[in-house]
Ligand binder design. Structure first.
Ligand SMILES: Nc1ccn([C@@H]2O[C@H](COP(=O)(O)O)[C@@H](O)[C@H]2O)c(=O)n1
Ligand SMILES: C[C@@]1(CO)OP(=O)(O)OP(=O)(O)OC[C@H]1O
Length: 159
């Protein structure tokens, strides 16, 4: 049956950390705070996939209280979510991620992010989409206090 899931995540800006979004480290004068590498795009996408499966959220599988996930590469979280789909005999049809921030500009890195997500998901090119929007300088993203991401995932799962 078709199953759809959505995800949303926010991380606070933090100086002195790398900026990793959708599996790609991009040049930026600040990074994101988090227990892991704080890849806000991948976290939202994991929640979309877990949500489509009704298997909880990323914190269920990778609790922030566990030191083994400190500074972890979020690619492993996405591999796990993808593995859960396979374990249920399902496939991922397509995913779509939107990053909400004024800076950094996502456009120059969009194709690299899509390629990396497709690789991690085991999808052909064109099935993983990354988009970006500002919030017109409104709210916490607009003030540059944090970055938000939302995601959707479409699956086909036997039941
Ligand atoms: N961090 C961002 C934000 C936006 N973009 C690109 O700019 C376009 C216009 O943004 P608006 O918020 O004014 O709609 C948007 O469609 C993105 O293509 C970006 O690259 N990085
Ligand atoms: C990714 C995890 C891993 O402990 O921690 P964070 O990097 O803090 O990310 P967040 O999206 O706040 O929470 C989910 C956690 O599972």
């Amino acid at each position: 049956m078709p199953r759809i899931g959505t995800g949303f995540d926010v991380h606070r800006i933090q100086a002195g950390r790398p900026m990793v979004i959708c599996g790609v480290t991009i040049p930026c004068e600040f990074g994101l705070e988090g227990h892991s590498d704080a890849d806000v795009g991948i976290h939202a996408l994991c929640d979309a996939i877990y949500g489509a499966l009704a298997e909880g959220d990323i914190g269920r599988w990778f609790p922030p209280s566990e030191m083994q996930w400190k500074d972890a590469d979020s690619a492993q979280f996405l591999r796990h979510a993808t593995g859960r789909v396979a374990a249920r005999g399902g496939v991922i049809c397509n995913v779509d991620v939107t990053i909400l921030c004024e800076r950094p500009r996502i456009g120059p890195h969009r194709e690299a992010m899509e390629a990396r997500l497709a690789e991690l998901l085991g999808l052909p090119a064109g099935r993983a989409s990354v988009k970006a929007t500002t919030t017109e300088r409104l709210g916490f993203t607009g003030r540059g206090e944090g970055i938000a991401a939302q995601a959707a995932a479409m699956l086909l799962v036997p039941k």
